[in-house]
Design a protein around this ligand. Structure first.
Ligand code: PHE
Length: 443
């Protein structure tokens, strides 16, 4: 039996979990989804999805992780020995690796943009940076490799010296950077239209598709359904309060998504650009806007792409840790070997994802390119699927007494809240996820 490392304390747990949650989902995805789905109305639906759907699943994963003190596979073996639940453990070892393969490609774009910003390459160059760059062969491959190497490097250092230390230093820094960028954006003439767009809801924009998108984004943004929260919670000490860790993580995650929105939208409106631009909003539109602002724009773009890079790294390490914990604990591999093997495997798959924008753009899986296929597979299917089974496990398979023990800290806290949480886990969250599935299937 290995001796397991634990996070040092409450703050360490919250920062690591918030580090996993806050990532490309907040800074890259959230602003463009807001732009595509009607602004403030989408934000309200998103907040409801986080509170009613994502939070119970977060708690369910955390309960399983902390109760078992194991990786995803080991957790199922411990809490439901001799049953088929262990397969859920295995699926959630593979899913985060699939996700990491293309996440690292986008992380690589952030590396590239950060370096371009540092060398003042945005000034005067407004010629479709995004389209040209991602479809080239070598450049994105190099930056994908750099990103994966950074991820593996932090994981090699271990839970306390790697994950805990890195997130403790970078998360507060990220907050200061983003707030600074928001303040700068608000000083631009015409930026208030962007603020208005973020706060004035137009409810006519809401339909089933928008609701499903908001639910999917809540999953992605809170890192749910792929075992990352489970694995991090397994490093939580017994005296830590799961409910308050979950609330803090969700609150920080939402705060960062909103801050990213307020960093991006005012600049977009100030430049007179349409917010519906889509995935290129942050990587294409923003450099264009920054390039119009001379020196100040360059400084802000350096800080902005550095923030994206840091946020992406604190998430990618959580994705790699799931598989590493599995190999170390279940197969007896060393941390070094597990990290190197998994990082190499995911890197290789990531190479195909990156090339799918260029030389491999003709390769289609179910009608879409490799990158889009993996993204759809993970966000539309594997994450909700994992989330559904985790809540069903906690709501229907584990004994109520065990779940109560975890959520109320052995009866010392959250006693009044428990019935509501338990109801959400047993009924509302599973039904909500089935709705996401059906919408993805039929719309
Ligand atoms: N939550 C991360 C983000 O917002 C992505 C992620 C998903 C990380 C699942 C870990 C697990 O970018």
């Amino acid at each position: 039996m290995q001796t397991r490392e634990n996070f040092g304390g409450r703050l360490a747990v919250i920062l690591a979990m918030a580090g996993s949650a806050i990532g490309l989902g907040n800074i890259w995805r959230f602003p463009y989804l807001v732009g595509q789905n009607g602004g403030a109305a989408f934000i309200l639906v998103y907040i409801a999805a986080c509170a009613l759907l994502a939070m119970p699943i977060f708690m369910a994963e955390a309960v399983i992780g902390r109760r078992s003190g194991s990786n995803t596979f080991g957790a199922m073996k411990k809490l439901a020995p001799g049953t088929r639940w262990k397969w859920l453990g295995l699926v959630t070892v593979v899913a985060p690796l699939l996700l990491l393969s293309y996440y690292s490609v986008v992380g690589g774009w952030a590396v590239d943009y950060f370096m371009k910003a540092c060398s003042f390459r945005f000034i005067g160059d407004t010629s479709g940076l995004f389209g040209g760059f991602i479809s080239s062969t070598w450049e994105p491959l190099v930056t994908h490799t750099v990103f994966m190497a950074l991820t593996a490097g932090i994981i090699l250092l271990g839970v306390t010296k790697g994950i805990e230390k890195f997130t403790k230093i970078t998360m507060p820094m990220l907050f200061i950077l983003i707030v600074g960028i928001v303040i700068y954006g608000l000083t631009l003439p015409g930026s208030w239209k962007g603020v208005e767009y973020m706060v004035k809801p137009d409810f006519s924009k809401i339909n089933a598709q928008v609701v499903a998108t908001a639910m999917g984004q809540a999953f992605f943004s809170l890192s749910l359904g792929v075992g990352t929260i489970l694995t991090y919670a397994s490093y939580m000490r017994k005296e830590e309060n799961i409910v308050s860790a979950g609330n803090c993580t969700a609150a920080f995650d939402l705060l960062f998504a909103l801050l990213a929105g307020f960093a991006v939208m005012p600049a977009v409106f100030a430049a007179g650009i349409q917010p519906e631009e889509g995935p290129g909003l942050v990587f294409d539109t923003l450099p264009y806007i920054f390039s119009q602002m001379g020196w100040a724009g360059t400084v802000v773009s350096v800080l902005f792409f550095f923030s994206i890079l840091i946020a992406a790294l604190t998430s990618s390490i959580s994705l790699l840790e799931v598989g590493v914990a599995y190999l170390v604990e279940e197969k007896g591999w060393s941390r070094r070997r597990s990290t190197l093997v998994l990082a190499f495997g995911t890197w290789a798959l990531g190479v195909l994802c990156s090339l799918s924008f260029g030389p491999l753009s003709g390769v289609k899986l179910l009608g879409v390119g490799i990158f889009d296929f993996l993204d759809k597979l993970c966000t539309n299917w594997l994450m909700p699927f994992g989330g559904l089974l985790f809540t069903l496990f906690v709501g229907w398979k584990m004994s109520k007494a065990d779940v109560r023990d975890e959520l109320t800290g052995g009866g010392t806290c959250n006693r009044r809240l428990f019935p509501l949480l338990y109801f959400l886990m047993r009924y509302l969250a599973p039904v909500g996820i089935v709705v996401v599935f059906l919408t993805n299937l039929f719309l």
